[in-house]
Each structure stands twice: as structure tokens, then as C-alpha cells.
Design a protein around this ligand. Structure first.
Ligand SMILES: Nc1ncnc2c1ncn2[C@@H]1O[C@H](COP(=O)(O)OP(=O)(O)OP(=O)(O)O)[C@@H](O)[C@H]1O
Length: 322
């Protein structure tokens, strides 16, 4: 398979300031050594509870945040240290679609200006040509070209998300990180926007990293899913393989909370004890050991490797060490 995105040992630590001199007294380890890849044309879903580092991972691989450590390869090129003009050029190929369609669009700009802005910044085109492209993009996302002179507040949540998607597509990107892109929408509108994501993926030959805490949304759209817990990736597999054969105790608990239509297949819900520990003071060893019902002595002292246990099925857990 042809990999579009490769991530090796990625870390993103946020310094915590404090004390009299406002010095860095500690680090919040939002992402603490994750490695994965996304194949060209694929949708990788990323799931996990709030605060586990999904958004930070997405933003760091787009270089919207500076990585603390690790390596990011995009389309065969190491972009970890890329900056200035070279980074600006690369940025055209990778876009983020924001979480909240209500706050991510500038209310003082018309829809035409919002969608056309990236074209103005990155390309030298005439006003007429830009307007043509904006109208075409509106069409592609299911909005009328006549909307070009309207303002964001005149649109519904679903329509605003479509405007955000049109803007992200304006420069013909290869890769899109969709961060909770449908979470703020009503369920029926969610389905329409997910369908749009799927149509656009085919038409524009896109690759997605689709971040959501909603497992049913991720199951629907993703080819593969990765599960994050406290800044680490604990499991990654093809979507149905993950749902049918979850191996990591955290994934098992997470999936046991998803309603299953067939009552015969119903599994008992696994209730995790305690809260997620703080990423400022994460447990030593396996970060999940404090809540794991299978925790062994080794889990308290050593970090399990993220290993391919079965074909394409990666898990970080000592239960599978042979
Ligand atoms: N700019 C920042 N400065 C300091 N801490 C941050 C910053 N951004 C995120 N964090 C912290 O990093 C951790 C991971 O946050 P992140 O937003 O990546 O998680 P998430 O899984 O996407 O959660 P959510 O679904 O709630 O967005 C959290 O503890 C968060 O508070």
C-alpha cells in the first residue's frame, strides 16, 4: 500500500508555567510517542475519550503545532522540520476542518470571501477566475452559487459546515484532518454531511484522518480505526476487525458501551474504574494499567510496544507478548 502520511514516535508536550518566575515547572504530555500511517485514499478514524490527544495529534501532523519529538512524513517527504515558504507550500496539500461550524467562520466575511481567501493567499488568479472557482466549490458541497455574497449567520449549522468544507477544498488538498466535524450537528444533518465527506473523498481523491468521540460515526466512515488513551495509541486495526475482535482492554471497554442492534450479540458493558489520570502526571509503565482489569506487575514498570499482533492489527499490551 502507498502511504500518504507516516508518523514515527510523535510527541507533543505543552509546558506548564508556574512559580514566582513563571518558569516551566512541568509538561502536559498531550501526545506521548505515537506511531501510525495513513494509506493514500484511506479514511483513518481516531477515537478516544475527551483529552486523550486526538486533536493535538491531528494538528501536530499538519504542523499547526510544533512537534516536541518524532518524525512526520507526508507524501514521501519528511516535513518535521519544514518551515517558512516550504511549509506554506506544503500546507496547501493538507487541511483541517474545524470542530465547530458556529465559531470557525469569520462572521464579517461573505461566503465568497471565506472560501476564496486561501486562493487569494496562495495563488495569483484574477478576481473573475477566483469567483468562478468559489461558485464551483459551493456547487460541489451542495450549496447554491448564489450564496456567494451572503454571510455565515444566514446559514444553518449543516450549511456552515459545508462552507468550511468548501474552504478546505479550495486549494485541492490531498489530505484532510476532520476534527469532530459533525459532532455539533443534529443527527439527521450529521448523516448528510458524512455523505458529503464520502462523495468528496471519491471526487477529489482525498485521504482523511477523521477524529471523533462518536464510535458509530467513525465506524461508518473509516477504513481503519485507531484508539487513543492518555496521549498514546493503544490499538489500530481495520474497522470491522476492531469491532469484532477488540484486543486492548481499553478498546474492549470503549466498544462495550456502543449499543448493538442484535440483542443475541449483546456483550456486557465493561465499566472502567476510576478517572482518566492527568496527562501532567501520567502513570509509569502502561498508561492504562491503573484502570485495567488485567493489569500485571510488568504493566506498572514498562511501556508495552505498539506491535502488529495479527495482520494489520496493532496493539500495545503485555497480554499479547509471547
Ligand atoms: N494549547 C494547549 N496548551 C496546553 N494544553 C493543551 C493545549 N491543547 C490541548 N491541551 C491539553 O492536551 C490534552 C489533549 O487535548 P486534545 O484536545 O488533543 O484531546 P482530544 O482527545 O482531542 O479531546 P477533545 O475531544 O475534548 O477535543 C488535554 O489535556 C488538553 O487539555
Amino acid at each position: 500500500m502507498d502511504k500518504l502520511v507516516e508518523v514515527y514516535g510523535l510527541k507533543k508536550y505543552f509546558p506548564m508555567k508556574g512559580g514566582f518566575f513563571n518558569r516551566t515547572v512541568n509538561y502536559l504530555k498531550a501526545v506521548d510517542g505515537v506511531s501510525f500511517f495513513i494509506n493514500r485514499g484511506e479514511v483513518l478514524g481516531v477515537v478516544g475519550e475527551s483529552g486523550c490527544g486526538k486533536s493535538t495529534t491531528g494538528r501536530t501532523i499538519l504542523k499547526l503545532l510544533e512537534p516536541t519529538d518524532g518524525k512526520i512524513v507526508f507524501d514521501g517527504e519528511d516535513i518535521t522540520k519544514l518551515e517558512g515558504e516550504a511549509l506554506r507550500k506544503k500546507r496547501k496539500e493538507m487541511q483541517l476542518i474545524f470542530q465547530d461550524p458556529y465559531s470557525s467562520l469569520n462572521p464579517r466575511m461573505t461566503v465568497g470571501e471565506i472560501i476564496g481567501e486561501p486562493i487569494t493567499i496562495h495563488e495569483k488568479v484574477s478576481r473573475a477566475e477566483k469567483l468562478e472557482r468559489v461558485k464551483e466549490l459551493l456547487n460541489k458541497v451542495g450549496l447554491s452559487p448564489y450564496h456567494v455574497r451572503r454571510y455565515p449567520h444566514e446559514f444553518s449549522g449543516g450549511q456552515r459546515q459545508r462552507i468550511g468544507i468548501a474552504r478546505a477544498l479550495a486549494l485541492n488538498p490531498k489530505f484532510i484532518v476532520a476534527d469532530e466535524s459533525v459532532s455539533a450537528l443534529d443527527v439527521s444533518i450529521q448523516a448528510q454531511v458524512i455523505n458529503l465527506f464520502e462523495e468528496l473523498k471519491e471526487e477529489f481523491k482525498l485521504t482523511y484522518m477523521f477524529i471523533s468521540h462518536d464510535l458509530s460515526v467513525v465506524r461508518h466512515i473509516s477504513d481503519r480505526i485507531s484508539v487513543m488513551y492518555l496521549g498514546r495509541m493503544v490499538e489500530m486495526a481495520e474497522t470491522e476487525e476492531l469491532f469484532n475482535n477488540p484486543m486492548h482492554p481499553y478498546t474492549q471497554a470503549l466498544l462495550s458501551a456502543v449499543p448493538i442492534p442484535n440483542p443475541k450479540l449483546k456483550k456486557d458493558r465493561i465499566i472502567l474504574q476510576g478517572d482518566v489520570p492527568s496527562p501532567i502526571n501520567a502513570p509509569k509503565g502502561c498508561v492504562f494499567h491503573t484502570r485495567c482489569r488485567y493489569a500485571m506487575d510488568v504493566c506498572k514498570h514498562f511501556v508495552p510496544e505498539f506491535k502488529e499482533i495479527e495482520d494489520g492489527h496493532f496493539v500495545s499490551c503485555f497480554l499479547y507478548d509471547k
